[in-house]
Every structure is written in C-alpha cells, then in structure tokens.
Design a protein around this ligand. Structure first.
Ligand SMILES: *[C@@H]1O[C@H](CO)[C@@H](O)[C@H](O)[C@H]1NC(C)=O
Ligand SMILES: *[C@@H]1O[C@H](CO)[C@@H](O)[C@H](O)[C@H]1NC(C)=O
Ligand SMILES: *[C@@H]1O[C@H](CO)[C@@H](O)[C@H](O)[C@H]1NC(C)=O
Ligand SMILES: *[C@@H]1O[C@H](CO)[C@@H](O)[C@H](O)[C@H]1NC(C)=O
Ligand SMILES: *[C@@H]1O[C@H](CO)[C@@H](O)[C@H](O)[C@H]1NC(C)=O
Ligand SMILES: *[C@@H]1O[C@H](CO)[C@@H](O)[C@H](O)[C@H]1NC(C)=O
Ligand SMILES: *[C@@H]1O[C@H](CO)[C@@H](O)[C@H](O)[C@H]1NC(C)=O
Ligand SMILES: *[C@@H]1O[C@H](CO)[C@@H](O)[C@H](O)[C@H]1NC(C)=O
Ligand SMILES: *[C@@H]1O[C@H](CO)[C@@H](O)[C@H](O)[C@H]1NC(C)=O
Ligand SMILES: *[C@@H]1O[C@H](CO)[C@@H](O)[C@H](O)[C@H]1NC(C)=O
Ligand SMILES: *[C@@H]1O[C@H](CO)[C@@H](O)[C@H](O)[C@H]1NC(C)=O
Ligand SMILES: CC(=O)N[C@H]1CO[C@H](CO)[C@@H](O)[C@@H]1O
Length: 731
C-alpha cells in the first residue's frame, strides 16, 4: 500500500524538454511535462509521465481520492527519467475543450475529440513515436457512437463508492498476452471475458502485453472484469473510489523490453534461495512425524536428491492454530534436524487462512478484530471438514503480524522456515461455491460470492488484494527473521495459490492450483509469466490428477524439470475415502520408471547454473523464464504470430525455458514419437540452429519435425552449445 506524499493539485516543476540518455543514445525524449489535469464537468482526469515511455492515468468523479487507495504500482517506478515520486503533480491544467499532449520517451499521450470537431477534447489517446518520427496509435479511450462513455461511472450502493468501466480501442488482429492464470488453453486472450475474482486455479491479473507493442496495468484491488473484444477492450471495477491505470510502449516485438518496463512499475523478483531450484517433494499428505522422517530416510536410501519436503494440510489440530498437531508431530525441532541430516532438505508447511471456533487462536483474534466479517452476518464465509470458518483478515497489518508471530513460534523457530499459503484466494476458501468440501456430491451452488468486510474495504472493493496481503504477511515475517530487506536474495520461500499484480516482488512462488490434466498448465503458466505476476511462475510437476497412471506421472515429472520450480505434488484420486492420500514418491512408480524419474531429478540439479542464470536475469530486468514462443520468435518467424493468434497447440504447449531450451511436454499416452514445431530463429543462428537433446541431431528452424519420444525422453531441443547451457553462460 502506498500513500501519496504530494498534496493534491500541487503544481510541479516542468522537466526540461528533449533531454537525451547519458549513454549518448539519441532519440529519447525526457518527459516535457510533469502531467496535465483535465477538469470536465464532475470529472477529473490526471495524466502523468511514468517511468520510461509510460503514462499513469488516474480519474475520479466528484471527490478526489482519499490517499488510502491500495496501489500495486511503484511511485516512482524502479527505472525511468522522472526519478521522483510524482504524487498527484501536474503542470498543465485544461478544461474539456483545450488540447493537451505530453511526450515521454517514445510515447505520447494526448487528448482528442470524440466527434472530431474540437468542441470537446476530453478523450485520451496513446501513440508510439516510430524511428521516422511518425506516430502509431496504440489505443485510445473508445466507445462506439452513442454508446456508454469510455470512462463510465455508476453509483450502486448506499455509500460513495462507485463502479467504473473504462473502454479502450482495439483491432480484430490485436493479440493480448498475459492476464494471469485461467484454465482456458489460451495464450492470446482476444475474445475472452475474464472475471477479476479469485478461485482455485483462477488468478486473473489485469496486466497484459499487446502485439501492437504496448503494455497495460489496471491498478485496482477491486473485483471486476477484463473484456477483450473485437473493437473494444474494457476493464471494470465493481466498487472503488479511484480509477488508476498505466500504459507503456516499446518497439513492436520487443517483449523483453516491455517486461522490463512493466516490472519496473510493478516489481522485480528477488533471487530465490539456491535450494529451491532443486527437486521439491510434496504430497497430499504426510500425516505424522515418523512417516515424515521415514520419507527423508527413503530419499537418502534411494540416493535421490531432494531440496524440500512439504507437509500438507490437516496437520494441525484445528484450522487457525497455525501449529502442527502436537500428538502427531511431537518434536518438530528434532524432525527438521533429522530431515536435514538425512537429505539436506528444507521443510515447508501448509497454512490455511481459515480459523474455526475451536482453534486456540480464535478468541484472541475475534476480540482483536483480526478476522474478516461479512457485510451482513457474522463473518462465517465457508465451512470445511464439518466446521464453519472465518478467515484471518490479512489486509490488517496487525493481523499479519499476529499470523507471522504464531508461525514463527510454532514452525520457524523449530526449523520449518518455508510456508505454503494454501486456499488464500480471499472471500471464502477459494472454490467457486460455498460449503467447501462438505460433500463430493454438492459440487456447485449458485450462491453469490460472500461480500466480505475487511480492514481495507469490502470483498468487492479490495478482494483482489487479499492473497497479495497474505503473501506480504509471510514476506515481512521472513524478511524480519532473516534480517534482510525486500528485494535482496531470499533465504526461504512461500508458495501461494494466488497472488496479484506485482507479487513477484516477494520471496514467493505461485502454483496453478488443483488442475486436472496435463494440458491445463501449459497456457496458464505462460500467461502467468506474461502477466508478470507471480514470483517465478511455478507449477507443480504433477498437481492433482483424476486419472493418475504411472506413465502420466513420469510425463508430468519430466515436464516439471523445465518449469521455474520443480515441485511434485502428485496424484490424489487413488483413494477418496482416506483424505485423498496417494503415494507419489519416485520409488512408488515401479522399477521400470524409477531410473527415468531419477534421471530427471538429477538433470534438474545438473541445470543448476542455467537456472541460476535465468533467475538472475529475471531479477535484474524482468526477463521472463517460461517464455511463450511469441516472445523470442515473432520477429524472425512469420508463422509464430499467426499460430499464437489462433492458440494452436504449438503455441499453447511449446515454450522456451530461458533463452536456450525449447520444451514440448508430451500430452498423450503411449506415444513413442512426437511432433515439434521448431521456430525460425533468424540468420544469426546458422542454418541448423536446433539440436535435439537426446541424440544431437541438428535441425533448421521453420519446420515441424517428428522426433523419438519414448517414455525416457521429453522432446527437448537446445540452441547454441550444450556446454553453455550447462554452465549458465547464456546471456
Ligand atoms: C541508452 O540507455 C537507454 C536507457 O537505459 C536504453 O534504452 C538505450 O538502449 C541505450 N542505448 C544504447 C546505445 O546503449
Ligand atoms: C534518484 O535521485 C536521487 C536524488 O535525486 C539519487 O540519490 C538516486 O540515486 C536517484 N536514483 C536513480 C535510480 O536514479
Ligand atoms: C476552456 O479554457 C479556454 C482557455 O482558457 C477558454 O477559452 C474556454 O472558454 C474554456 N471553456 C470552458 C467550457 O470553460
Ligand atoms: C510535449 O511534446 C508533444 C509532442 O512533441 C507536444 O505535442 C506537446 O505539446 C508538448 N507538451 C508540452 C506541455 O510541452
Ligand atoms: C483540433 O485540434 C488539433 C490540436 O490542436 C488540431 O491539430 C486540429 O487541426 C483541430 N481540428 C479541428 C477540426 O479544428
Ligand atoms: C526434541 O529434540 C531435540 C533435538 O533432538 C532435543 O534436544 C529435545 O530435548 C527434544 N524435545 C523434547 C521435548 O523431547
Ligand atoms: C517487522 O519489523 C518491523 C520493523 O521492526 C515491524 O514494524 C513489523 O511489525 C515486523 N513485522 C513482523 C511480521 O514481524
Ligand atoms: C493462420 O493460421 C490459421 C489457423 O491455423 C490458418 O488457417 C491460416 O492459413 C494461417 N494463415 C497464414 C497467413 O499463415
Ligand atoms: C492438440 O493437443 C491435444 C492433446 O494435448 C490433442 O488431443 C489434439 O488433437 C491436438 N490438436 C491438434 C489440432 O493437433
Ligand atoms: C496403452 O498401451 C497399453 C498397452 O499396449 C494398452 O493396454 C492401453 O489401452 C493403451 N492406452 C491408451 C490410452 O491407448
Ligand atoms: C551430445 O553432445 C553432448 C555434448 O554437447 C554430449 O555430452 C552428449 O554425450 C552427446 N550425446 C550423444 C547421444 O551423442
Ligand atoms: C543461441 C543463439 O545464438 N541465439 C541467437 C539467435 O539469433 C538471434 C538473432 O536472430 C539472437 O538474438 C540469439 O541470441
């Protein structure tokens, strides 16, 4: 959360025009204004230069914002010419009929008239200045003639808060990348309408990159919608006191620079702890201390490296205890020492946000006001395992401290220093219905989502902030306890099922939630990365699957080797009666599969230097790790853009993992070969730039090839020398 320092309406000092970069590069224009403010009727619109080549726009009807609005944008951004907090500054004040324009770098924001006659110049348009000086329209505030205004406000409730719907022009061929995780198999979100509300597997995040060469951030904690139509993109907030968005342009096809600009606005990932790049083992679920120590013993005896072992839910006596159940886990300090001794591994433990009445913390938290409430009623928003529950109000800083102090006492100080933030999607327990887990037969009820009341606002006005605040509780705690500052290398990690704009700035990874088939993660992971949202987009190598077979498990684990984090949280469907517990340890998949599984876990460790190099670059510049094909090849291969446009299998399933590895997960059973599209890489890479990892055969780009893909081999190609990949010498 950020409070504005500058007083509203303070007049800033104009920045000198037409400055150049200190590196002598020409053509960069420092902002020629600190901002303009349009006052038109009841409405005020503030447009400010923001970072390199960007603008931030804030708009409000009647009353100015109160300064307590939650923001996910840095002010000032991490990089950019205006190295000052711009607060609410501007140097130009116009009414609805005066023209205004600002240039910042190669982006221009200007007003234009919706009816072309200059009687009203109240709409905003954004242009990129090309090398030849011409201006290309990126997008403008848009409404079809005689339709709702592009900046539209509505008052629905008893209070001052309003709903807002802002519309922007688009063209049918524009492609939209990012927007967080949805299970829709789409890389190009064109044509989609996406609810801005969190559920298990659904982490919609209003940050996108456009194939027209710009990036956009809808900076709102409110629930709402993202709509990507043929002619109009529209963002809505259900309940708010301010509209706030940012836009930034780069040359066409330069997605790394676009990520650099967006991450300068929303946050850069710190480097993760070295151990987290290894194999992370998790299962639903280990039930007690002796079983857990035996697990470590088995990893030791089978000689399989492992860097983290995970304790899942129901390990507490009551939800909200934030402590392991004592009779089942009698000596946590001993256990963590023993696990370390046997395997060197860290431990991670699950926490849920839910607090049941029987919890030792319930009364303290209820008295202190640390539990969320509901606009009507008691604050019970869900039930689980036979108990009604309330959730911790993580939007309250004191509640965050209470949570951390409890975790510190019961886990951290006893050697468990990594935390799994499960079910913290906000509102209820994160399923699209209430009565969570009450019965396998009540799978969906059309109740309205509870309008929860938080310290920071209502579910409608700040619901998207909840998981972010939850991640912040662990971040603050870990930073305090390791005596490090945000942004510095992480010593430990949290794993979260949800997140929001900029949560990559935390020592926290995000996973997909409970997906049901191998196909689902591919596009989700790539869009998550493109939204630049989670810290190091992460996905379980095998999150739950309804039809676990040994073969599927091996294919998932192979794929997990080439995800930012390799976490195995294998199958759950083998026994519904016994709290879903199923074996998923490498040695439980049969003698034939064990050597294959082991070889991929070993390969993960052999890739350590490469992983470190790509995470380091991610930290420094926001350069994405899991890279949809359009990022690297839209300029060199004309097919890529077209394939991405239509979300073909190639573009939803294949991706680059760092700059050198092309990954194609096998998604069908019983195959012995697989067809892979090898993108054209440009002349500089020679005539046969792609090498098949398993036999060193080289191939030219721009063609589909069918390669052997027995169960032992995931289709894996590399660019350049394999030695460089192994040594991390790739940038
Ligand atoms: C000069 O610096 C700017 C800002 O960092 C960068 O965008 C540009 O590419 C640089 N130019 C050269 C020639 O290095
Ligand atoms: C921003 O400006 C301050 C003082 O004006 C200076 O100390 C600081 O180094 C600058 N930061 C950047 C990133 O340029
Ligand atoms: C807007 O400002 C201009 C310039 O000061 C002035 O001529 C014009 O009358 C103003 N229009 C309105 C509607 O206030
Ligand atoms: C800034 O530059 C743009 C484009 O060059 C120009 O249209 C605009 O009038 C300038 N604005 C100011 C406040 O000088
Ligand atoms: C409207 O204003 C712009 C900017 O001042 C000017 O270039 C354009 O010629 C005007 N158009 C009309 C129809 O007056
Ligand atoms: C727990 O284990 C530690 C380390 O082995 C030991 O020092 C301690 O006495 C044990 N505590 C209890 C209560 O058994
Ligand atoms: C972390 O330390 C800061 C400053 O000492 C303190 O204000 C904050 O409450 C602490 N947070 C936690 C979670 O301990
Ligand atoms: C683009 O892709 C579509 C769908 O795969 C295909 O029908 C069309 O021929 C392609 N167009 C070009 C120009 O490659
Ligand atoms: C896309 O992949 C799925 C399996 O993941 C397969 O069932 C489907 O036939 C493929 N579609 C095309 C057009 O190849
Ligand atoms: C895979 O092959 C096995 C053995 O040949 C066969 O029993 C099974 O039905 C096949 N599975 C599928 C999905 O084709
Ligand atoms: C492929 O080349 C690498 C060195 O680049 C080598 O280590 C590996 O053994 C080769 N594989 C085969 C099957 O020849
Ligand atoms: C591995 C490698 O050499 N990659 C290069 C391929 O060519 C493009 C330009 O077309 C370079 O950007 C890559 O670095």
């Amino acid at each position: 959360m950020k409070l504005w320092q500058a007083a509203l309406g303070a007049l800033g000092t104009p920045v000198a025009c037409l400055a150049q970069y200190s590196n002598g590069s020409t053509g960069y224009f420092a902002p020629n204004s600190t901002g303009f403010r349009i006052q038109h009727g009841f409405e005020t619109v503030l447009v400010q230069p923001y970072g390199y080549d960007g603008f931030r726009v804030r708009a409000w009807p009647f009353r100015p914002p109160n300064g307590n609005e939650i923001s996910f944008l840095y002010d000032p951004p991490l990089e950019g010419p205006a190295n000052i907090s711009s607060g609410m500054q501007y140097d130009t004040k116009v009414n609805g009929t005066q023209f205004a324009s600002i240039r910042n770098g190669n982006t221009i924001a200007k007003t234009f008239s919706p009816n072309g006659n200059n009687h009203t110049l109240v709409r905003l348009a954004f242009y990129r200045v090309e090398n030849d000086g011409s201006e290309t329209l990126l997008t403008n505030e848009y409404a079809p003639l005689k339709a709702l205004n592009p900046r539209y406000y509505e008052w629905n409730g008893p209070g001052y808060e309003f709903s807002a719907a802002f519309s922007f022009s688009t063209t049918p061929d524009e492609q939209i990348y990012g927007t967080g995780t949805q299970q829709d198999h789409m890389i190009n979100k064109k044509g989609n309408v996406i609810d801005l509300i969190n559920f298990n597997t659904h982490i919609p995040t209003p940050v996108f990159m456009s194939s027209r060469g710009y990036g956009f951030v809808w900076n709102s904690p409110a629930e709402g919608e993202m709509q990507f139509g043929q002619l109009r993109n529209r963002f809505t907030s259900k309940s708010t006191t301010l509209v706030d968005y940012a836009i930034v342009s780069t040359p066409l096809g330069d997605y790394d620079t676009l990520q650099r600009r967006l991450s300068a606005m929303t946050g850069r990932a710190p480097t993760p702890p070295g151990f987290s790049l290894g194999y992370l083992h998790s299962k639903l679920r280990y039930e007690n201390q002796s079983e857990f120590i035996q697990l470590a013993q088995n990893f030791h005896d089978y000689d399989i490296p492992v860097s983290m072992l995970v304790i899942d839910y129901l390990s507490w006596a009551y939800q909200g205890d934030w402590a392991l159940q004592h009779d089942l886990w009698p000596n946590v300090t001993y256990m963590s020492q023993k696990v370390k001794e046997l395997t060197g591994a860290e431990i991670m433990a699950s926490l849920w946000p839910s607090v049941e009445d029987a919890s030792s913390n319930y009364e303290t938290m209820q008295i202190a006001g640390f539990l969320s409430a509901t606009r009507s009623g008691s604050g019970i928003t869900d039930s689980f395992n036979g108990s009604y529950i309330r959730n911790i109000d993580s939007t309250n800083p004191q509640a965050r401290d209470f949570l951390w102090n409890t975790l510190k006492r019961n886990y951290y100080d006893q050697g468990i220093k990594n935390f799994w933030i499960d079910q913290a999607d906000g509102g209820n327990l994160g399923e699209a219905y209430n009565n969570n887990g009450q019965s396998d037969f009540i799978t969906s009820l059309p109740y309205p989502f509870a309008d929860v009341l938080y310290y920071a606002g209502t579910q409608m006005s700040v619901g998207k902030y909840y998981p972010w605040a939850h991640q912040l509780a662990i971040e603050d705690g870990l930073r305090n306890s390791t005596n490090t500052k945000m942004g510095e290398p992480c010593e430990y990690l949290s794993l979260s099922r949800s997140g929001y704009i900029g949560s990559q700035r935390y020592c926290s990874m995000i996973w997909s939630g409970d997906t049901t088939s191998p196909r689902q993660d591919g596009a989700g992971g790539q869009s998550t990365s493109a939204a630049f949202k989670p810290t190091q987009p992460s996905h379980g190598a095998a999150t739950s699957t309804k039809t676990p077979t040994r073969e599927l498990y091996v294919r998932w684990l192979q794929w997990g080797t080439f995800l930012p984090f390799m976490r195995n949280h294998g199958s759950r469907a083998c026994n519904f009666q016994n709290a879903y517990t199923c074996n998923n340890e490498p040695w439980t998949y049969g003698e034939k599969n064990l050597p294959i599984i082991k070889s991929y876990i070993n390969l993960r460790y052999q890739l350590h230097d490469y992983l470190q190099a790509i995470f380091n670059q991610f930290h420094l510049t926001g350069r994405m790790i899991m890279r949809p094909l359009y990022m690297d090849f839209s300029l060199t291969d004309p097919n890529i853009s077209n394939m991405t446009r239509f979300n073909t299998n190639v573009t939803t399933q294949q991706y680059m993992f760092g700059p050198r590895l092309l990954i194609t997960p096998v998604t069908l059973p019983n195959v012995t070969e697989w067809t892979v599209y090898l993108p054209q890489t440009g002349a500089a890479n020679g005539t046969k730039p792609w090498t098949y990892w398993w036999d060193n055969v080289t191939y030219a780009g721009g063609q589909s090839v069918t390669v052997p893909a027995p169960l032992e081999h995931i289709p894996l190609f590399h660019l350049g020398k394999r030695e460089d990949v192994m040594s991390g010498n790739v940038f």
